[in-house]
Design a binder for this molecule. Structure first.
Ligand code: HEM
Length: 360
């Protein structure tokens, strides 16, 4: 157990960490993910599953949007912002369907780069983000009111999925807040993990040949090496004991996915980015990029597919290289890569550069 400077404890032992995440003793009642927005644990689970099922069903639509979106990218793009933008562009119609009034969709698009999805570094930017957030929530509240009036049939977007799963007593405004929570929790980690996957694969494969690893192995390894979620916390609702230490009601116990994923006792060469380890038996130690136990992320498998599909689209018939890449993370509500530039050379450009030509 490591005492944290800002209060609480970090459980660094792998077995105790798993016990903290999985035991009903530490995971009773509602999870902290939706804060107080939803009235019961059942409602939380139903919303999470409804959104996950909707996204899973619409994966073909997302996949179809990727190729034209990637084709529109300039040869050099600034990441991680470009990755978040790409993921958002291909998910936008699934978050709020095209029949939604343009204003709501416009506020959502502005929210992506306006500090609502990732916390902005400067106070003035955060003030502007608050304004954007309020406008988006107001527009989606009005949409929720109208859709409830007309009745929600089969889900056309994430808002319909949320409306279908929320109990009737949840207000329109709260529905809009839940929609915002889901919007951020999908776009931010998927965008950031795509950026880590691109950066780490490019830095670790310097040959001219295409990446030698299947996309899913790159994504799994990026989520191990640089997990987007930095800490998983559990605030105790009654006194409890873990690993022989007694804790009080209200104490905060946390698990660091990063520490567990770099534990030398359980991983071979944990400091090395090595996607191939996912094809080797007995090479995997404790792995919790999506949490574990009753509060684990219901979108884990869909998220991995969203990232892998984007990676495949980016690498399709293209040669990818990065400049300015640095594998140290910055933390903005999660581990995000520092800015880097991705150069994507296609067709003739790719052949020329792989033969030693200059990047355009
Ligand atoms: C790379 C992408 C993603 C990462 C890294 C991620 C990670 C996480 C983590 C660490 C948690 C907390 C688990 C815990 O406390 O034990 C969580 C919760 C959650 N995630 Fe994700 N997530 C991702 C994408 C998604 C997607 C696409 C969805 C869409 C359905 C989603 C929906 C949720 C929900 C609803 C919860 C709350 C679960 C509950 O408390 O019942 N996530 N996620």
């Amino acid at each position: 157990m490591i005492q944290l400077p800002w209060g609480g404890w970090c459980v660094s032992d792998a077995d105790l960490a798993q016990a903290l995440l999985r035991s009903p003793e530490f995971n009773a009642g509602r999870s902290g993910f939706f804060a107080d927005l939803l009235p019961t644990r059942t409602a939380q689970v139903e919303v999470g599953h409804a959104v996950r099922n909707f996204l899973r069903k619409r994966l073909p639509q997302y996949r179809a949007a990727l190729a034209p979106a990637v084709a529109e990218l300039p040869v050099a793009t600034r990441w991680p912002a470009a990755g978040t933008g790409l993921v958002y562009q291909c998910l936008a119609d699934l978050l709020l369907h095209p029949g939604t009034p343009a204003a709501a969709r416009r506020w959502m698009t502005q929210a992506v780069h306006g500090g609502v999805v990732f916390r902005a570094p400067h106070a003035w930017q955060r003030a502007r983000a608050e304004l954007l957030r309020a406008r988006l929530v107001a527009a989606v509240t009005e949409q929720a009111r109208q859709r409830r009036q007309h009745g929600v049939g089969e889900a056309r977007d994430v808002l319909d999925a949320v409306l279908g799963a929320c109990p009737d007593e949840v207000t329109d405004r709260t529905v809009a807040e839940v929609h915002l929570t889901m919007f951020r929790s999908i776009v931010a980690p998927v965008g950031a993990t795509l950026a880590w996957s691109v950066l780490l694969a490019c830095l670790h494969h310097l040959d001219d040949s295409p990446w030698p690893w299947p996309a899913d192995q790159i994504v799994r390894e990026a989520l191990r090496h640089r997990p987007m979620v930095w800490m998983l916390g559990r605030t105790l609702t009654r006194s409890a004991e873990l690993g022989g230490t007694a804790f009080d009601d209200g104490d905060l116990l946390s698990v660091s996915p990063y520490l567990l994923h770099h534990d030398k006792q359980h991983w071979t060469d944990p400091a090395v980015f090595r996607p191939g380890r996912w094809a080797e038996p007995d090479e995997c130690g404790p792995y919790v990029p999506f949490g574990a136990g009753p509060f684990a992320c219901p979108g884990a498998s869909v998220a991995r597919t969203l990232i892998a599909e984007a990676l495949i689209a980016l690498a399709d018939d293209a040669r990818l290289t990065v400049t300015g890449g640095d594998t140290r993370a910055i933390r903005i509500e999660g581990n995000v890569p520092r800015p880097f530039v991705l150069h994507r050379a296609t067709g003739q450009q790719a052949t020329t550069t792989s033969e030693g030509g200059e990047q355009p």
